[in-house]
Ligand binder design. Structure first.
Ligand code: NDP
Length: 323
């Protein structure tokens, strides 16, 4: 059958995102065909578009979507036609009206969660889960530093960290975002233009924070290390300002025998069992009151505008593209 998708033929700015008619084969062994109702936008999509995370071109783009199962290949168990599902992962290609995806990577959307919310929470919510529960396991009373606290991941992670009993120090770029981040549970705010390490120490009586969750990358890496307490953990998980330059392990020794990790979500949900268990924790956090805020929506065909806006730091909460 024919469908439409955003494709890229070369790396570059948002203008390389092209809306095209494409052939979609019948679902193969173990696959399901999904008619998308909501596509999640993530900053990682811009890394793919720019070639920071290389793809084999020409390629589709997008790592998250929700929709309805329309057709099944051979050998699919547990998923049926008509099921409402959401997924995240490789291969990229969720910016499409329809696509085929491995059925054992699909998650049934619980009743009471809309497709839009599902598409805006799976990748970002599971990221929040592994950051707070695996990369550095937050303990009650820990002070943590979290960048982009009013953004997609940041909005969820700040609320979840509060549920775990942490004192959350959020970093944001504007006063409006500061208000938003506070309303989502941040105890303290540091503006990105401030001396981040000095403020983090001031807010922790000179001790420093137990963990930093740094998605900004290049521009903030050293300030983040300088914000940590003895034996603190630096979780560097994004490149919003560009990839971090190589560093010597001595930098960690000099600052108090620190731990450094550079994680990627997909390494924490490799098996169906891991994915299911992680989603269980995510949906439980939502049941306990974690709010999923869709800050803005765009038509899927206007994905280029959405990329412009997220890269210009104009979005808040999650962003959803509507086919
Ligand atoms: P966001 O909605 O958080 O948008 C990005 C935010 O980053 C901006 O709103 C901005 O917030 C902040 N930012 C700081 N510096 C810059 C800059 N130079 N250019 C653009 N933005 C900047 O995006 P997502 O929720 O999709 O992703 C958040 C981060 O998490 C990203 O870095 C992403 O790569 C990372 N990530 C990593 C994963 C992993 O497994 N490793 C998985 C998922 C996400 P402000 O204006 O307040 O500074």
């Amino acid at each position: 059958m024919k469908t439409h998708a955003i494709r890229i033929h070369e790396y570059g700015g948002p203008e390389v995102l092209k809306w095209e008619e494409v052939d979609l084969p019948d679902p193969g062994e173990g696959e399901a065909r999904i008619c998308h109702t909501a596509v999640g936008l993530n900053l990682i999509d811009t890394y793919h578009r720019k070639g920071l995370y290389p793809l084999e071109l020409p390629a589709g783009i997008g790592s998250e979507a929700a929709g309805v199962v329309e057709a099944l290949g051979h050998g699919v168990a547990d998923i049926g036609i008509g099921d409402r599902v959401v997924y995240t992962g490789m291969p990229v290609g969720s910016y499409a009206e329809r696509r085929n995806f491995m059925a054992d990577r699909l998650v049934k959307i619980p009743e009471g969660i809309s497709d839009e919310v599902a598409a805006s929470v799976l990748l970002k919510g599971l990221t929040s889960w592994y950051l707070l529960r695996r990369s550095y396991r937050v303990r009650e009373g820990d002070a943590i530093l979290l960048y982009a606290a009013a953004g997609g991941v940041g909005s969820l992670a700040s609320q979840w960290a509060k549920q775990l009993g942490a004192t959350v120090i959020g970093v944001v770029s504007t006063d409006d975002k500061a208000e938003l981040a506070k309303s989502q549970g941040c105890d303290h705010i540091i503006l990105s233009d401030d001396d981040i390490a000095a403020r983090a120490r001031e807010l922790t009586d000179g001790e420093g924070v137990a963990a930093v969750y740094d998605s900004v990358g290049k521009d903030t890496f050293l300030a983040s290390l300088d914000s940590l307490r003895f034996h603190g953990t630096m979780v560097s998980f994004g490149n919003a300002s560009g990839p971090v330059e190589p560093i010597s392990p001595l930098e960690l020794a000099q600052r108090g025998s620190l731990y450094l990790t550079r994680p990627v979500l997909f390494h924490f949900i490799r098996t169906r069992e891991e994915l299911t268990a992680a989603c269980g924790e995510l949906f439980a956090a939502i049941d306990r009151g974690m709010r999923v805020r869709v800050g803005q929506t765009y038509a899927l065909q206007d994905a280029a505008q959405a990329h412009l806006d997220i890269e210009a730091r104009l979005t808040t909460g999650s962003t959803v593209l509507l086919p």
